[in-house]
Write a protein that binds this ligand. Structure first.
Ligand SMILES: NC(=O)c1ccc[n+]([C@@H]2O[C@H](COP(=O)([O-])OP(=O)(O)OC[C@H]3O[C@@H](n4cnc5c(N)ncnc54)[C@H](OP(=O)(O)O)[C@@H]3O)[C@@H](O)[C@H]2O)c1
Length: 274
């Protein structure tokens, strides 16, 4: 039986994947903050055997301590992880510092992912054909990260913050596949807006998109994740990037090598400093 770990598995696309893999007989570990949403997901499935294969781990992944706690918990309980899906999301259009003092979006959309991918490397290595699916829209500019101020204490904008996380998640893929050449690491964004929870604390434009456009034009989460199911069921070693079902070119840059080292140094310093 495969073990599939899904952050943000209580809502939106993460929940659609959790429902799918519980239906197909896999073991699914859902990570999120709301046990009530997880319980609702299980009772809607109405399958006692699915409930036996499902596990919920409560964590606020914008906190490094919680992300490390998830790694410790999963490492103690699971020798092998076949798929790690990174889909936790809380969109912020304004800068927000967590109680640990980190910028919340950088912590949730990158530092937490770094902790999970590197911390669970051994469990992923134990799987025959491991895959990390990082729902981070590919294609950010190679110079997107401000290495002197990655938490954007000056001049925070949603655009800068988003581009930094996306570039960082592509660099994380270089690091992870270098350490495990059998690993499939996919950065993926939906082909169009998805009618998901769109959790966040955002301005008027994004609220409008979430409240009006998503219900009118958005794709259902279960439809949006179909390409991800194929990528998890038949993973190809190495890095890849997709928009919906379509492969897109990886951003390759002469600065990749130095940026991977700088990013890993940054993440390790943040980890030990918290
Ligand atoms: N929807 C779109 O159109 C769209 C477009 C482009 C990219 N994406 C990307 O696709 C992925 C999935 O998005 P979605 O729209 O399906 O998400 P969503 O419906 O908004 O759900 C977000 C999930 O993240 C969890 N979450 C939020 N904050 C968390 C925290 N601090 N710690 C732990 N879990 C947390 C929520 O669980 P709890 O409530 O239980 O905490 C929930 O399960 C994200 O990476 C998103 O950026 C989505």
């Amino acid at each position: 039986m495969r073990t599939i770990v899904i952050t943000g598995g209580t809502d939106g696309m993460g929940a659609a994947l959790a429902r799918h893999f519980l239906t197909t007989g896999d073991r699914v570990v859902v990570i999120g903050r709301s046990r009530a949403k997880f319980d609702g997901l299980l009772s809607a499935l109405g399958d006692p055997s699915a409930a036996d294969r499902a596990e919920f781990v409560a964590a606020d992944l914008s906190l490094l301590a919680d992300s490390r706690g998830v790694v410790a918990h999963l490492s103690a309980r699971h020798e092998q992880i076949d798929a790690l899906v990174l889909a936790a999301s809380f969109i912020r259009s304004r800068r927000h510092a967590t109680v640990e003092g980190h910028e919340a979006s950088w912590a949730l959309f990158f530092l937490s992912k770094y902790i999970l991918v590197t911390g669970l490397a051994e469990q992923l290595r134990a799987a025959g054909r491991p895959v990390v699916v990082n729902t981070s829209v590919p294609g950010a500019r190679a110079d997107a990260i401000d290495f002197d101020d990655p938490e954007l204490t000056q001049g925070f904008t949603f655009g800068k913050s988003n581009a930094q996380q996306r570039r960082a998640n592509e660099l994380l893929g270089i690091l992870a596949t270098r350490e495990n050449p059998d690993l499939s690491y996919v950065t993926w964004g939906p082909a169009r807006l998805v009618r998901s929870g769109l959790a966040g604390d955002v301005g008027a434009g994004m609220k409008f998109a979430a409240a009006i456009l998503a219900p009118l034009l958005g794709q259902q989460p279960a439809d949006a994740v179909r390409p991800l199911i194929d990528l998890i069921d038949d993973p190809a070693p190495g890095r890849a990037a997709y928009r919906g079902p379509k492969p897109v070119p990886l951003v390759e840059s002469p600065r990749d090598e130095q940026d991977v080292i700088r990013l890993a140094d940054l993440a390790r310093a943040d980890e030990s400093g918290t």
